[in-house]
Design a protein around this ligand. Structure first.
Ligand code: PRP
Length: 214
């Protein structure tokens, strides 16, 4: 049997993934060790390998077949537009992709004005403003702390993830429009799905059962 390789998005998503996998009998204890510098972890018994990657790189590993399976946020899937199968909504990591800004920016969205939109997700922002709202905007790519942009005058609004809403609240911003709900998803390489059909669909079935019990 060959190894089934998993790419997990680093951080909270990976921890929640390992929790879910443990509940269906797949363990990888050494991956829990916060001090380890190891990059790849093996479960010999199940012939599985796991590695941690930056979220946006997970769909890349999966598209090229360096990983058979990936666990990644829906935001990253939409942004990266890779040729992969999205097979399961894992439910955790639930949040929303939204257009946010100060309250008075709402009218700029209604009146189709030419505005600047700061975001870590230019493809999602472009799709939303150009294809859904038919509003011409200037999109400015940032890499983090997106909420700063409207406060310091870089942009009128932002497109960003809202989970609890506390970052917005603490900075005097609010949700102006909701783009789509997000959560962690399982993605699969298109060739692996055919070659390892039994093992992968078995795994999906186990996780589905777990989600139904919860
Ligand atoms: C994310 C997101 C928001 C915040 C939303 O940022 O970009 O800033 O979390 O969460 P909340 O609604 O619960 O306040 P993250 O912490 O990933 O850091 P970033 O600034 O690097 O994007």
């Amino acid at each position: 049997m060959r190894y089934l390789t998993f790419a997990l998005g680093k951080g909270r998503l990976a921890r929640q993934t390992l929790d879910a996998f443990e509940k269906i009998g797949i363990t990888c204890q050494e991956m829990r060790d916060k001090n380890t510098r190891k990059l790849i972890f093996v479960n010999e018994e199940r012939k599985m390998r796991f590695f941690l990657a930056k979220g946006p790189d997970v769909p890349t590993y999966v598209e090229y077949g360096a990983a058979d399976i990936g666990i990644v946020g829906k935001d990253t899937i939409l942004e990266e537009k890779r040729k992969i199968y999205e097979v399961l909504d894992l439910g955790f990591g639930a949040c929303r992709m939204c257009v946010c800004g100060p309250k008075d920016a709402a009218k700029l969205l209604k009146h189709q004005e030419l505005i600047r939109v700061a975001t870590k997700y230019p493809a999602i922002a472009k799709d939303y403003f150009y294809n859904k709202k038919h509003q011409t905007v200037e999109i400015i790519k940032l890499n983090g702390s997106i909420e700063l942009a409207p406060i310091v005058g870089l942009s009128e609004v932002i497109v960003d993830i809202v989970e609890t809403g506390s970052t917005l609240r603490e900075n005097g911003l609010q949700v102006l429009e909701e783009i789509c709900p997000l959560s962690a998803r399982m993605v699969v390489n298109q060739v692996s799905m055919k070659m390892e059909y039994e093992r992968i669909t078995g795994l999906i079935a186990d996780l589905k059962r777990l989600l139904q019990e919860a």
